[in-house]
Design a protein around this ligand. Sequence first.
Ligand code: UD1
Length: 421
Amino acid sequence: MRAYIVEGGRPLMGPVRVHGAKNSVLPILAAAILAPGESVIHNCPALSDVDSSLAILRRLGCRAEQAGDTITVDASALTGSAVPDHLMREMRSSVIFLGAILGRTGEAELSLPGGCELGPRPIDLHLEAIRALGAQVREESGGRLYCRGKLTGGEIVLARPSVGATENAMLAAVAAEGTTVLHNAAREPEIADLQGFLRTLGAQVRGAGSSTIVIEGGKPLHGGEFTVMGDRIVACTYLSAAAAAGGSITVTGADPAHLSAVTAVFSEAGCAVRSGGGGVELISRRPLESAGAVHTAPYPGFPTDAQPPVMAALARGRGTTLFVEHIFENRYRHVSELRRMGADIRVEGRVAVVCGVPALHGAAVEAADLRGGAALLVAALGAEGESVITGVHHLDRGYASLEADLCALGGRVRREELNLY
Ligand code: UD1
């Protein structure tokens, strides 16, 4: 069993550059299906979710090659429109292939992404969006979905600004003949990045980053070249690690403007935070104070993905901070593990009350999901003694260079194969 072994209590110092954004590269790889040509995509992180996307692309008959952090996809010879169940299950966001496959081929067969990691994750809004463009959707028992139809542009009104549904709607609309107006779209920076990539393919898309996205669909597409934005959640994780362990770090590679909801929380908690020169510097020398109430919300609000690592940082300190999780129902699975490290956290429904304690201690803990795993790592870096974190495959989905980055900052983190017998 693989594990991270963390010796806590060492301050983090120096610069760290984050890799490309997972939540940007995944929809961009799906979007490459739309163009009968070669897409060259730079700043792609080495993540297991990226591997899963490449496996889906190859299964569909695309050429997909990786050299360093550049991925080349040639979808000219696309042969398939069905994604097998086992590939759908490897990654929850595989549903993002729906709009692209349907748009390119007029049909798509895939299964519902299974499981229940953060509470129910339905895809009703994705299906409503493609139906609004004329697709017929048939769902068979066992969760297999059959979608087909010639798409035409139309009005789509999302009941809530779902990130994935916005992306699926954009991909389908690019292929749909005519104008699509997407209302109540998600405004996350990754949506604007997807728009940037689609434009390099020749698509006419505008408005991403606002609540209304307009797409003139059915235009001929071609290959293109694009560089993926930096990962704002990895940046938040490293800032959380420095806040927890103490020290002074400068995070580059992600747009500081994308981090402001999180840096505001650390300022409130008593860290010195400064943005400039393309990076964010965080200095944490004193025990953290209360950050008041932190409500997760769609962008530009506080990101739900940053809630676990930021909570882990605030678990040690002097104040009481309230977290209110508005996006996912079951996103506190890290709390029971943080308690094993000595944290004083109480969960009631969507609210977590975090009473800062003077010190956390190392413990054997298990990651139950990706960002929950990041929370355990953050807590372990700030704890006294050694922690053993298992469930590292969750972390591999979203962090490409944790060990190297944290060691370069002065942390003691190593990855080991544990022999439990
Ligand atoms: C994306 C991100 C994920 C992040 C989340 C919220 C990717 C690959 N993943 O996930 O890291 O935590 O945004 O910022 O980009 N919902 C419905 N019906 C739907 C779709 C969503 O009810 O058809 C609900 C979900 O259950 C959830 C909320 O809407 O409660 C937000 O989900 P959504 O924005 O769609 O998240 P994802 O795209 O899955």
